[in-house]
Ligand binder design. Structure first.
Ligand SMILES: [Zn+2]
Length: 454
């Protein structure tokens, strides 16, 4: 009936009443394109600023096509979204963050919405669509990456400065500390609203400070703010920083609010140690869908890294350091499980770095939620984790960081190559390069090369 009335109006649409005209056009459109995309509404806008990129997320109540392009002078990103209008509660202009100074939106023509991001400087932008996931509906995501910062290594961006200079030529023990979730991905939510992503970052920062205060150790915060980092990118950052240990910090959750306690997980690619471990890993692995990872990130960054690690020494080391941390945590909190647990966590899949995932406590438990947000408890948790780390590295030191032994020296004579020297001292060229801060493999007669102790 509606449709038929629409046709009638269309046929007499040269009316001067704009409302009627508008109704007529709508009706005509729905008649001409019976399968046309339904009009979407922009419901919310969020901006997350990370060290490499700023992410702007537009919530839409249904799927919509969009087209992105850049304009200069002043630099801005323009996104035209088809068949979409802005909900009244969304401001036409709002402050941005990071690389995005402002986010504006306005109607374009009768049906489309134009979104404009005013940029802080020259940048590149990419957009992608996320399908409904968890609490979110359809999302249009725009990542803005400043060009100047585009190739700043992430490690350098987040590397905290060690409090003491490390002995010349020695690579410090690098601990990659990964605060779970972030940005769009809040992780679990406590009964009173405490978010896992916040407590994870707070504990991670406290642990990083303790690590940096320890001579010969250096912390790298994989995430140091409220933004999302893809799971594989987290591993890539740890490898880029040549981490000797990777610790991912989380808070657990369960439907039964009585469940409580701390636990430690290491990777398993052959099943999980319990049903809870399995569902937990599944939930943690959904982070990329919630936090939003571009397809190209998934494709190339770590394709080469994701090999079967179940047999490697890294897994044994993970168990070792995990057990030490667990026993330390046991003195400040009940343990959920008394042994290190295993499940298929994507973030633990670095083939060459011992990696553990710490579920500090159950945020779904009222009592533990309250403790997780308490700075004193956070600090004690960080201290216990640090004790586990220290114990591990007292027994097992990466070769390049042996403290007591003095390095040997080799004076380069005619015909020597770095490869021969490495062979002679039963070490690798890379170790020698790193140890001596050499940018290339070229050496000259008379050069004195320090050979790291083995
Ligand atoms: Zn988590």
């Amino acid at each position: 009936m509606e449709l038929r009335r629409g046709i009638t109006v269309t046929q007499t649409s040269n009316t001067t009443n704009p409302l009627r005209k508008w109704a007529a056009m709508l009706a005509a459109a729905s008649f001409a394109l019976p399968l046309a995309v339904q009009a979407a509404t922009l419901e919310d806008v969020r901006v997350w600023a990370g060290p490499d990129a700023t992410r702007v997320v537009f919530d839409l109540d249904s799927a919509a096509k969009h087209n992105l392009f850049m304009l200069e002078n002043p630099a801005r990103v323009v996104i035209d979204v088809e068949q979409t209008q802005r909900k009244q509660s969304v401001p036409a202009s709002q402050d941005g963050r990071g690389a995005v100074k402002r986010v504006r939106s306005g109607n374009r023509g009768d049906h489309d919405l134009r979104l404009v991001l005013d940029l802080a400087g020259e940048s590149r932008a990419k957009s992608f669509i996320l399908k409904p996931q968890g609490k979110y509906g359809h999302r249009l995501v725009v990542d803005v990456e400043p060009l100047a910062a585009a190739r700043t290594t992430t490690a350098a961006a987040t590397l905290s400065t060690p409090s003491e200079p490390v002995a010349l030529g020695y690579k410090p023990i690098v601990i990659a500390i990964d605060a779970g979730h972030g940005g769009e991905d809040s992780g679990a939510r406590g009964p009173s609203g405490v978010l896992e992503k916040h407590v994870a970052l707070q504990i991670a920062r406290r642990l990083a400070k303790l690590v940096d205060n320890k001579p010969g150790m250096k912390a790298v915060l994989v995430r140091d703010g409220d933004y999302y980092v893809g799971l594989r990118t987290r591993i890539a950052k740890a490898r880029e920083a040549q981490a000797d240990l990777f610790i991912s910090i989380h808070a657990d959750a369960f439907t039964d609010r009585r469940v409580h306690g701390s636990s430690i997980y290491v990777l398993s690619e052959r099943g999980a140690s319990s049903e809870h471990a399995r569902t937990l890993a599944k939930r943690e692995n959904e982070s990329d869908l919630i936090g939003g990872v571009r397809l190209d990130d998934k494709d190339d960054i770590l394709a080469s890294v994701l090999i079967d690690i179940s047999q490697t020494a890294a897994l044994e080391a993970s168990f070792d350091v995990g057990a030490r941390m667990l026993s330390q945590m046991g003195s400040i909190n009940k343990l959920h499980k008394k042994a290190v647990q295993q499940a298929g966590f994507a973030v633990l899949k670095a083939p060459d770095i011992p990696s553990v995932l710490v579920e500090t406590a159950f945020i779904s438990n009222r009592d533990e939620e309250r403790r997780l947000k308490d700075p004193g408890y956070q600090q004690r948790m960080a201290q216990q984790l640090m004790r586990g780390i220290e114990g591990y590295f007292e027994d097992y030191r990466p070769r390049t960081t042996v403290a007591g032994a003095a390095p040997r020296q080799h004076t380069v004579s005619r015909g020597d190559t770095l490869s021969q020297i490495a062979q002679r001292y039963r070490t690798s060229m890379r170790t020698i390069r790193d140890f001596n801060g050499l940018a290339s493999d070229s050496i000259r007669v008379g050069d004195v090369i320090q050979i790291p102790p083995t």
